[in-house]
Design a binder for this molecule. Structure first.
Ligand code: 13P
Ligand code: SF4
Length: 328
């Protein structure tokens, strides 16, 4: 997805903004487009960005895996990461020679802050011979001491590809349990969790289904297993979007971050989106204003120590390699 002219963006934006909102946002959007051109920059935006970013200035939108893959392909000199800190670090790891900007330093992640590299070393010592599969929602330091990374869209395939029977899966306890239910490998877990997805309960899903007969309930695999058990489908943010676009159910509950429903709704006015959802305070830190400031004032430049980046790159590249469709 590449937004072209301001007119194209306006046409798209007026599908979900009233004229007055557009008039307020337009000068910032115009400034961002000019700065992107001037700096040969690309904007990589996660599916949790608000729709005024997602449907206007973003060059590429996607889930964590898609954004990491796009980061390996870009010819831009500057990457503006509209997402959280670990995503910007992943882009820097894959592009040590490029400038990677994160519009807000407040954009962290409860999973990434739940574990350190020393803790990974210690758990590895406790389970000799086991492979360490690390969710991308981690710091570069943690990636650097892992065998391979994964995202929610490829976690099962990555675990299955390991050459050890026991796999240490870090740091999301719920994603780990959800994967453990689908594999014969022995999964060692860590007590991390996503502060957004851990809030959903099986009761929430039952209530939604009772109140809306026939509704499709789609959930992110960072939710607890009792939530997954009640759902019609579980998948990464990109897989949830694909499901909605492909199956076009009349009513959907997206059990994930709230921006997802408003981003898809802008393109699918025939589908009714039903709550509950929760906001990720970290993702919400990114705004059109701080994207403009990032490009204009070159902030906040994301740096990763060269050796850490080299070690982390191996784990991320191994994930990308294992995620490519097999040639037949
Ligand atoms: P996805 O890889 O599904 O986009 O998830 C990233 C994330 O942070 C979900 O909370
Ligand atoms: Fe981290 Fe959860 Fe926010 Fe995703 S939604 S960035 S996992 S806190």
């Amino acid at each position: 997805m590449t937004p072209n002219s301001l007119q194209d963006i306006k046409d798209r934006a007026l599908g979900f903004m009233v004229e007055a909102e557009w008039e307020a946002a337009a000068p910032l959007i115009e400034e961002i487009l000019a700065l992107k051109k001037q700096r040969n920059a690309v904007i990589l935006a996660h599916n949790y960005m608000t729709r005024d970013i997602f449907h206007t200035v973003a060059d590429v939108v996607g889930d964590s895996l898609q954004l990491a893959i796009e980061a390996t392909k870009t010819k831009a000199d500057v990457i503006v990461q509209c997402g959280v800190h670990f995503m910007a670090e992943t882009s820097k790891i894959l592009n040590p020679g490029k400038v990677v900007l994160l519009p807000s330093l407040e954009a962290g992640c409860s999973l990434a802050s739940s574990i350190t590299a020393d803790q990974v070393r210690a758990i590895r010592k406790k389970h000799p011979g086991s492979r360490v599969v690390t969710y991308v929602n981690t710091s570069a330091d943690v990636k650097a001491v892992s065998d391979v990374c994964c995202t929610s869209s490829n976690a099962l395939a990555i675990v299955e590809a390991m050459d050890s029977q026991k796999v240490i899966f870090l740091p999301d306890q719920y994603l780990a349990k959800n994967i453990a239910a689908k594999t014969r490998k022995t999964i060692v877990t860590w007590a991390g969790s996503c502060e957004v997805h851990e809030r959903f309960t099986g009761e929430d899903i039952k209530t939604v289904k009772q109140a809306n007969p026939g509704i499709k309930v789609l959930v992110h695999p960072e939710c607890p297993p009792e939530v997954i058990a009640e759902a019609d489908f579980a998948g990464s943010t990109a897989k949830l979007i694909d499901f909605v676009k492909e199956h076009r159910p009349e009513q959907v509950a997206l059990i994930t971050e709230c921006s997802m429903a408003s981003n898809i709704a802008a393109e699918t006015p025939d589908i009714a989106f039903v709550q509950p959802c929760h906001l990720c305070p970290h993702m919400q830190e990114i705004t059109l204003t701080n994207i403009r400031d990032a490009l204009r004032d070159n902030k906040h430049v994301v740096e990763v120590d060269e050796q850490i980046a080299a070690d982390a790159r191996k784990a991320v590249e191994r994930m990308i390699e294992l995620s490519q469709p097999k040639a037949s």
